[in-house]
Design a protein around this ligand. Structure first.
Ligand code: ARG
Length: 570
């Protein structure tokens, strides 16, 4: 039940009848519809100001002539105020239509097919080899994962890509360090942590003995030349890192379709360099090769170093070409920190200069802000690293303690604590617009009464519990029981959920859904406190139960789309 569609239809019919000589575009009418800030002004409003110019009539006059011709059972009444035509929905019709449409969708309220036949590539998480998964990599991982689910829900084919950071001189240094001070057993046991420790040691020792740097470079050269020993060690480092990351991904419920990272493009660099040369885009600068971007207000994009080595940007250009050739994407999204803004603008511009028109509008940097932890900045350099698996473990422990206290009788406490703990972290990350910086605080993330994951999950479990208690009740629903303010507020939010899904996709902004879902949970709780659900009146009870089921399904779907699980009992 899409009220915007209903109103658009009625408005379009009225407009054509009132002004047969004028041409109207129903999509433009739909876009112009507003939701008034104060419900006393109506459930939706149509401003007549822009029509006033084309029709050469005063806005209130237009509003009146449209109002006279509005005729739809879903619209209870209209009101003209200033240049606005305000619509008040028929509460009972709206309740029936919305609740039935939600229940008919079988848990897929707001799903769509507009993405059919179109592919979206999503580059997210994209971790670096030999580094432990830290809190700084949370946002890219959960934003990307949520967007993947949202696009899937709208019918797109999605490709989740973990563009591994698995290329660069640091890996030569790591091998050198391993050969000097490491042992197979130690690294096997210590995993990624042992690798980062070796790397730190390398830098300490290299300060005293600069020849180590040459050794590191030599090892990297061996990797580049495909030396068997170097590659075997490097591959092993990669496996260790991925094993560690996989644990985190499992906990978060995140997955990928491809792990093609920087090194995957080794044999695809020549094409980039050759094409850039052929198109006269490559210029020499101090022995290195760059693409000059001065005309676009950007520093040059580095393509080849003086020693002929390629760079991060060169690999991203190769990756974009490969993705287009392989997936024929409609959109290619890069969920990467805001700090890389310039990098992506440069890469997109170079592709455009190469003649790839699609780079202009199909590539997008989905940027996000910084995360800090309990008021302190994160930094890998200065030792204050917060590891994600520690955070997730702590979240589960804390959630378990709360659940022990709140619901000591619950059966599967550990499982629920995991869902709630992990969910609280994801939710916290996805609550505000992605571009905003986040300061992660336990008391805010795990507050069962605030705008948090646990609060929304708790509401979901509450709906489930109401429905469990009422099992067996079957009666004709009396929709007149859903015309009070609390029911209507909830119904309106349910009706708007499909719009929220589309808005989240259009802006690549999961927070739109986090908020829409939270608002539905709040509205359900308000409804729940104000109204008894099971009363002596079976028609009324059946209607309130149907609304509870609709709320439960939509909240569950909202949680799923942002990447949370929904416990049935809490
Ligand atoms: N590995 C990089 C980092 O951690 C992110 C890579 C993002 N994706 C890309 N195609 N550049 O900063």
């Amino acid at each position: 039940m899409d009220m915007r569609e209903v109103i658009t239809g009625a408005l379009y019919r009225a407009a054509r009848e009132a002004y047969p000589e004028a041409g109207f575009d129903s999509e433009a009418l739909s876009r112009a519809l507003e939701i008034p800030p104060d419900p006393a002004l109506g459930d939706m409003a149509f401003p007549c100001f822009s029509l006033s110019r084309t029709l050469r009539k005063a806005p209130p006059q237009i509003a009146v002539s449209l109002a006279e011709r509005i005729d739809d059972p879903m619209i209870g009444r209209t009101e003209v105020k200033g240049g606005y035509l305000n619509f008040f929905f028929s509460r009972v019709a709206m309740a029936r239509a919305t609740v039935e449409a939600v229940l008919d969708s079988k848990g897929r309220w707001g799903a769509g097919r507009e993405g059919e036949g179109k592919t979206v590539c999503l580059d997210y998480s994209s971790i670096n080899i030999a580094k432990r998964f830290h809190l700084g990599h949370l946002s890219t991982t959960v934003i990307g994962h949520s967007l993947k689910r949202i696009y899937d829900y709208l019918g797109y084919t999605t490709v989740g890509i973990n563009h591994l950071g698995d290329w660069g001189t640091q890996f030569g240094k790591m091998i050198a360090a391993y050969r000097h001070w490491g042992s197979r057993e130690e690294v096997e046991k210590g995993g990624v942590q042992a690798l980062s420790d070796l790397y730190v040691r390398f830098h300490q020792e290299a300060e005293k003995d600069p020849s180590l740097d040459d050794e590191g470079r030599a090892w990297f050269k061996k990797i580049e030349d495909g030396d068997a020993e170097a590659l075997a060690i490097f591959d092993w480092f990669k496996q260790l890192t991925l094993k560690d990351a996989d644990r985190v991904y499992k906990t978060l419920g995140v997955s990928f379709d491809s792990y093609a990272g920087e090194s995957f493009y080794n044999d695809k660099m020549d094409r980039v360099v050759r094409e850039l040369k052929e198109k006269n885009l490559l210029v020499e600068s101090d022995g290195a090769y760059v693409v000059d971007l001065e005309a676009y207000g950007m520093p040059p994009c580095l393509i080849l170093k003086r020693d002929g080595a390629t760079l991060y940007a060169t690999r991203d250009i190769a990756a974009a070409l490969y993705r287009m050739d392989t997936y024929h994407f409609e959109k290619c999204l890069y969920v990467v920190a805001y700090q890389q803004d310039l990098h992506f603008r440069q890469v997109f511009k170079v592709l455009e200069l190469m003649g790839y028109e699609w780079a202009r509008d199909r590539m997008q940097h989905v940027a996000f802000g910084m995360i800090s932890y309990e008021g302190g900045a994160l930094s890998t350099r200065h030792g204050r690293t917060v590891y994600l698996d520690d955070v997730l473990q702590a979240a589960c422990d804390k959630a378990l303690a709360i659940i022990e206290e709140k619901s000591p009788g619950l059966d599967n406490k550990e499982e629920v604590a995991r869902q709630v703990g992990v969910g609280s972290v994801i939710f916290f990350d996805l609550f505000n617009s992605r571009i905003k910086d986040i300061d992660f605080h336990w008391d805010r993330a795990l507050n069962f009464d605030g705008e948090t994951g646990p609060y929304v999950q708790y509401t979901y479990a509450r709906c489930c519990s109401v429905l469990r208690k009422a099992q067996g009740l079957s009666a004709e629903r009396d929709y007149a029981a859903l015309t009070d303010d609390e029911s209507l507020a909830l119904i309106k939010l349910l009706a708007l959920f499909p719009e929220a899904v589309r808005d989240a996709a259009a802006r690549n902004e999961p927070s739109v859904l986090t908020r829409a879902t939270t608002e539905i949970a709040k509205a359900y709780n308000k409804f729940y406190y104000e109204h008894r659900i099971l009363t002596d009146n079976v028609g009324e009870s059946a209607a309130r139960l149907a609304l509870t089921r609709a709320a439960m399904e939509v909240i569950g779907r909202g949680l799923y789309l942002i990447g949370l699980e929904a416990p049935q009992q809490m």
